[in-house]
Design a binder for this molecule. Structure first.
Ligand SMILES: Cc1cc2nc3c(=O)[nH]c(=O)nc-3n(C[C@H](O)[C@H](O)[C@H](O)COP(=O)(O)OP(=O)(O)OC[C@H]3O[C@@H](n4cnc5c(N)ncnc54)[C@H](O)[C@@H]3O)c2cc1C
Length: 417
């Protein structure tokens, strides 16, 4: 017999769990169907940076030239791409190239800023209300630079933030060393983003999963959605190997796997997986004090209580989360260029995850034009942790017929038509 539910969420990562949390608060009955374990996709091993300062989309002028330069030095490149003649991939690359424009940046900043600020506020409220113990720190983030040209890029980003009313403080070499004693003497300067925060994402999401269960959600793990059946312009049935659901609303929050699910309904989502890696270790003796981003190498460093995590690489890849020992070693080498840390690190986890990446660098949030009860909440790329609680809130608002707290027009899927 089919199970009825108000809202069925496909995917138990950052977006699915946050959506469940805010839907339950709005009084909806929620079921999550997750093909593996909650937060097993791309949400647990990420850098844990909550970055309302991140308002410039990935698809921006100059990024293609920078990426090509990086590719000429594969040993240190923070970027990689697969060679494939898959038409969806080639079409995505073309759309990305076309989106790398000032117009895309100007179009992308308002929604990224609005969703980033809403999310940051929601993180604060959620932590105060739920008292989760997951190393949440509202202490900002510092970008470190070794070269004058990269520092100039950081200063330019700070100016963009000022223009949009956000805080960013350019730091001299001395100010960097005062703020971050682990910084090597070669660091030329930095930029501090005081409005940013950090968290242990795996701890956060497992606590969030416990909380949504306690509030009445049912979570099916190891249960991939196999089939969605529609009738007219509505999804009427969602089938897994063991269950059949008849939901009022379906939320597609399957991250990098969202296009696979959408294909079953006969439409394509322009989302490609961008793989990245992390290594997590027990706190070294020389522990960095701050959440950091190492500018030229694009490596993130996040202290998480008694753990420290390094994160890096963006590889346009297949749906493959194999960990590359070579890339992990490259990330560790990059950290040593910027920070003084212990010679031997006590690494406890090596991880790979997939960022669900759209060609214009913005997420997709809104009802599908083809299926009136299918709500798309995906494509958050490098910001799916940071934008989780804001996305959760607007998903709940859309589902309950309320006016969304922010303008979601620029995030609708129709922009790709
Ligand atoms: C190296 C790295 C560092 C990052 N650092 C940060 C950071 O510091 N800050 C930040 O904000 N973001 C960061 N990100 C990005 C962030 O991790 C992602 O944007 C985020 O995890 C996406 O969340 P999601 O819920 O959309 O997808 P996921 O977390 O991937 O969740 C989707 C879930 O759907 C499930 N699923 C797939 N198919 C099906 C199916 N058929 N049926 C049921 N379930 C299915 C998957 O198993 C998965 O659990 C980073 C990413 C990487 C790789």
């Amino acid at each position: 017999m089919a199970t009825k539910t108000d809202v069925l969420i496909i995917g138990g990562g950052s977006i699915g769990l946050n959506a469940a949390y805010y839907l339950l608060k709005a009084g909806r009955h929620v079921t999550i169907v997750e093909s593996k374990k909650v937060a097993a996709g791309s949400s647990s091993g990420n850098a844990g940076h909550i970055v309302p300062s991140h308002i410039v989309p990935l698809a921006a002028p100059g990024i293609i030239g920078t990426a090509l330069k990086w590719l000429l030095k594969p040993e240190t490149s923070p970027f990689g791409l697969r060679v494939s003649v898959d038409p969806a991939y080639l079409s995505w690359l073309l759309q990305f190239a076309l989106a790398c424009s000032e117009a895309n940046v100007q179009r992308g900043i308002p929604p990224l800023k609005a969703l980033g600020l809403l999310s940051a506020q929601n993180f604060s409220k959620l932590m105060a209300e739920e008292r989760f113990d997951c190393f949440y720190r509202e202490e900002g983030m510092i970008f470190l630079y070794q070269t004058a040209s990269a520092l100039a890029g950081g200063q330019h980003e700070a100016e963009i933030l000022h223009k949009h009313g956000l805080l960013a403080e350019v730091l001299s070499a001395e100010a960097v060393r005062a703020a971050e004693p682990a910084a090597r003497p070669e660091i030329l300067g930095g930029v501090r983003f005081p409005g940013d925060a950090s968290i242990n994402p795996g701890h956060f999401l497992s606590l969030l999963a416990q909380r949504v269960r306690a509030r009445g959600a049912t979570i099916y793990e190891d249960t991939p959605v196999m089939r969605l059946e529609s009738s007219g312009n509505k999804i009427v049935r969602v089938t897994t190997a063991s269950e059949v659901f008849e939901p009022e609303v379906v939320v597609l929050a399957a991250g990098a796997w969202s296009p696979v699910v959408a294909r079953g309904l006969g439409f394509s989502l322009p989302i490609q997986p961008a793989r990245g890696y992390s290594l997590t270790m027990r706190a070294p003796k020389l522990m960095p004090r701050n959440s950091l981003l190492l500018g030229e190498r694009r490596v993130a460093v996040t202290p998480m209580g008694d753990l420290l995590r390094f994160t890096g690489r963006l590889e346009l890849s297949a749906l493959d989360t194999t960990v590359s020992a070579k890339r992990i070693a490259g990330i560790e080498r990059a950290v040593r260029e910027y920070l003084v840390i212990d010679e031997k690190l006590d690494v406890i986890e090596k991880w790979a995850g997939l960022r669900p990446t759209t060609p214009d660098g913005l997420p997709v949030i809104g009802f599908s034009p083809r299926h009136q009860n299918l709500l798309l909440a995906t494509g958050h790329a490098m910001l799916g942790l940071s934008l989780g609680p804001g996305t959760g809130q607007v998903v709940a608002e859309l589902t309950t017929g309320r006016q969304p707290s922010i303008d979601l027009t620029p995030l609708r899927i129709e922009r790709f038509n």
